[in-house]
Design a protein around this ligand. Structure first.
Ligand code: ZN
Length: 242
């Protein structure tokens, strides 16, 4: 019988100290805690793969996949990634997949009008990170909940963000992350039609090779989780039969 590999995809937003005035505190993980979590992953045998690696495994085109694969993702493109997360990942041989809001490259998180505004990576910074090995995916142009807007607008958000990232990075992204994890059957079909090969939602669980590549699950890492709690969550999800 084939080994049943489960893929946890971790979701982070800001790896930074909490700032005064923040409402969605759940989007922050402290740099110290992040480093402990990454050490724990490596010590427990987790190895970074790419979405392309996963699709190859899923389609039976890859002979090998690590026994404990992981994909570590960062939404929205905050500059704190470059300061606090990437050096930690790089030093441990871990990869990163960042999702960029193409209409706010070098801007701020204007879609979160009630939150303190944070700098987002600019085009030059994105290119430098890509040269160092960071992978990028699209996260729409303006960060709307795609299943709640007209399909024509959703199609436009999916297409134009892919085109813009291709202009900036020199390659069209294969992966999309649904803003607010908001998606539907229609939105998944539109993502496929826009040229992506996979798209990520929330859901708090791992994916198996039977999971729809346009509905890959992610586990949002909560600020309060210790490294042991993260590992415990991943252990329970590996055991789950589905
Ligand atoms: Zn987002």
């Amino acid at each position: 019988m084939r080994r049943r590999v489960k893929l946890p995809i971790l979701m982070y937003h800001k790896v930074d100290e909490l700032r005064p005035g923040v409402r969605r505190v759940g989007n922050y993980v402290s740099p110290e805690r992040f480093e402990q979590q990454m050490d724990a992953l490596v010590e427990s045998g987790y190895r970074s793969i790419t979405v392309a690696d996963w699709l190859a495994y899923r389609d039976g085109r890859a002979a090998h996949i690590p026994e404990r694969p992981v994909i570590i993702t960062f939404d929205d493109g905050y500059t704190c990634f470059a300061r606090n997360a990437w050096p930690v990942l790089r030093a441990r041989g871990l990869g990163a997949l960042m999702f960029i809001v193409s209409g706010q490259i070098g801007g701020t998180n204007v879609w979160d009008a009630d939150e303190p505004q944070e700098r987002l990576l600019d085009a030059e910074q994105l290119c430098a990170l890509q040269d160092e090995g960071v992978a990028f995916g699209a996260h729409s142009v303006t960060h709307p909940p795609l299943a709640r807007i007209a399909p024509d607008r959703a199609r436009d958000e999916l297409r134009r963000s892919r085109e813009r990232l291709e202009q900036v990075l020199g390659r069209a992204p294969d992966v999309f992350a649904y803003p607010y994890s908001n998606q539907s059957r229609t939105v998944r079909a539109l993502a496929r039609e826009a040229g992506y090969r996979a798209a990520l939602r929330g859901g708090g669980r791992t994916s198996s090779r039977r999971t729809n590549p346009f509905g890959l699950y992610r586990i949002k890492v909560e600020p309060g989780w210790t490294a042991e709690e993260l590992l415990g969550k991943l252990r329970r999800e590996r055991m789950r039969i589905f």
